[in-house]
Design a protein around this ligand. Structure first.
Ligand code: NAP
Length: 535
């Protein structure tokens, strides 16, 4: 069969499906057309005019019948891939990487992006950073030694900071343009510091970054899903109305993003056996993983009516949603806490018996609804048809464990200079030459101390000599600052990324080197759990 025949058959199939949907599922009798006029299927004086255009708009918005989107794209052009898709963890929560152009930093950025994080890179020189980090990365200019450059532009919405900065160390005889001698990490060269001092970068700079970040970091026992006080373009494009027009009704609603809130508002009507209005997100492009949290919290101001929220784990248009009803008090801001255990499966307003508990690691969309009905035909006791409004300030997950929010790469050896009984001949160059290198390790230790004193949940990673070799070897974590050896920058970057996800990594300081064995998937929880948290 030729392409055009196949296309015609496909189109016919969808048109038939649409007509069936209209006539049999929607119990439609009068259809309003966009440019005036209407179609009457049967005569029923109790029924109101139904809006075909809004119906099609809804189906198109939520991509129910792909052919409608295909036709839309044909006329309007194709939008950039996923440009209006909410990305898990990308709406608000930013991971700030300082030292992003460095050997470890650039690997941290790559790994974070691959895992769907929204990454912001603090760099001193955009021109230098762009080719290293690529065109799609958010770069902000700043210098940790200059606190005035650590502005709200740098810090807005940060969820965690990964600090990979360092003073510049190089062989006295000079290095290659790509710093090959410094980067290889194992062969000895006589080193010197060039540029700024260790005191400025490793201590004062780190302290500046810590103290500024502290003002912006919000505790991560919460996870912001939507923060309408700081709406991004993504947020504006993903909530759409889904009203009883899909069942033949005439209610209508919208989700309006205002200055500091979003408002779910409209007119709910019980005509044509309808009686609900709702707004729903399109399916997230990255599933929202809420594991480790107790539930979701809404900050809302309503009008005294009872609303519903749905969380969905099925990407299908008409599937089971996990629901909870909540009451509002007119003109009062309320925090509505909904434990996941209180959500139950609902399909078309009927409770699904023996529905499996929701898989909170795979949330793909959210919905807010005002309905005449509760569940299984029961009426909503606090429902009034007509104009309604529910203001929403934020939607968060709550009750999560505290995660590290400041990851600092320090160095093995920071406590060894001046340690009684130490045999310097057996120590790595940075320990032996600490004084000649401007007290590099001593200032790194002071940087660590400033982080510990800040009260921010942290992880301090102290690598042995860094190499450019591929990662994937067994990792040996130790405490007490006695080990010597080497470790791949790739593995250090991976530890940083794992630490921001692992509550067991909170308030740990540890050294790390690699062993001989290759290890495919390290058990990160086990590695972190084996360590003692700092006092
Ligand atoms: N090399 C080793 O064997 C070894 C061993 C143990 C621990 N470490 C530590 O491991 C960490 C990562 O090392 P690495 O080899 O990846 O370092 P690196 O390649 O030298 O990178 C250092 C980064 O810090 C940035 N930076 C320097 N001063 C800054 C400032 N004032 N403000 C903002 N950014 C600044 C640099 O930016 P520019 O691009 O603008 O210069 C660069 O992105 C460092 O803390 C290092 O001390 C290294």
């Amino acid at each position: 069969m030729g392409y055009s025949n196949r296309f015609a058959l496909g189109l016919l199939y969808y048109i038939k499906k649409l007509i069936f949907y209209l006539l049999y599922t929607q119990k439609v009798d009068t259809i309003k057309l966009k440019y005036g006029g209407y179609i009457v299927f049967m005569n029923n004086n109790n029924r109101s005019q139904w809006d075909l255009c809004r119906f099609i708009k809804t189906l198109t918005y939520f991509e129910v019948f792909p052919v409608l989107n295909w036709i839309q794209k044909l006329f309007q052009g194709s939008p950039k891939d996923n440009q209006d898709r909410p990305k898990e963890g990308r709406n608000m929560a930013v991971i700030l990487v300082a030292g992003a152009t460095g050997g470890v930093g650039k690997r941290v950025v790559k790994k974070l992006v691959a895992q769907g994080y929204y990454v912001r890179c603090l760099v001193r020189d955009i021109e230098k950073a762009r080719p290293i980090l690529g065109d799609d990365i958010d770069l902000v200019v700043g210098d940790i030694t200059k606190p005035e450059t650590l502005t709200s532009l740098v810090m807005a919405n940060i969820q965690a900071v990964i600090c990979c900065t360092a003073v510049r160390v190089q062989p006295v005889e000079g290095d290659t343009p790509d710093r090959a001698k410094y980067n290889q990490g194992v062969k000895f060269y006589l080193p010197e510091i060039v540029g700024d001092t260790p005191e400025n970068v490793e201590y004062k700079g780190v302290k500046n970054l810590v103290e500024t970040a502290k003002k912006y970091l919000v505790p991560v026992d919460k996870k912001t899903i939507f923060d309408f006080t700081k709406p991004s373009d993504e947020i504006k494009n993903i909530w759409g109305a889904l009203d009883d027009v899909v069942m033949g009704g005439v209610s209508s609603s919208s989700f309006q993003i205002r200055e500091n809130t979003a408002v779910f508002t409209g007119n709910v009507s019980t005509a044509n056996s309808g009686g609900f209005a709702s707004v729903r997100t399109k399916n997230f492009s990255h599933l929202l993983d809420l594991s480790g949290y107790e539930g979701v919290k809404l900050r809302v101001k309503g009008d005294g009516q009872r609303y519903k929220i749905f969380l969905r784990t099925e990407s299908t248009w008409d599937g089971v949603g996990y629901s909870y009803s909540f009451d509002t008090v007119a003109n009062n801001w309320l925090d509505i806490q909904i434990p996941f255990t209180d959500l139950f499966g609902v399909f078309r307003a009927k409770i699904v018996k023996e529905c499996p508990p929701m898989d909170i690691s795979k949330v793909c969309s959210l919905q807010l609804m005002l309905s005449k009905f509760e569940y299984d035909g029961a009426l909503n006791p606090a429902f009034n048809p007509g104009i309604f409004a529910l203001e929403v300030e934020s939607i968060q997950a709550y009750g999560g464990e505290t995660l590290p929010q400041f990851i600092l790469i320090s160095s093995a050896g920071v406590t060894r200079p001046g340690r009684p009984g130490i045999n310097l001949d057996e120590e790595p160059p940075a320990v032996r030459l600490n004084d000649q290198l401007g007290g590099i390790l001593t200032w790194k230790l002071r940087g660590e101390e400033s982080l510990k004193a800040s009260g921010i949940p942290y992880t301090i990673i102290r690598p042995c000599a860094l190499t450019e070799t591929a990662g994937g070897k067994e990792l040996i974590f130790a405490q007490g600052d006695n080990i010597k050896g080497k470790v791949s920058r790739d593995d250090i970057a991976e530890i940083c990324v794992q630490a921001i996800k692992e509550p067991k990594a909170k308030n740990l300081t540890f050294e790390v080197k690699e062993g001989e064995m290759a290890v495919n998937n390290p058990d990160w929880k086990k590695l972190f759990s084996a360590l003692q948290a700092d006092k």
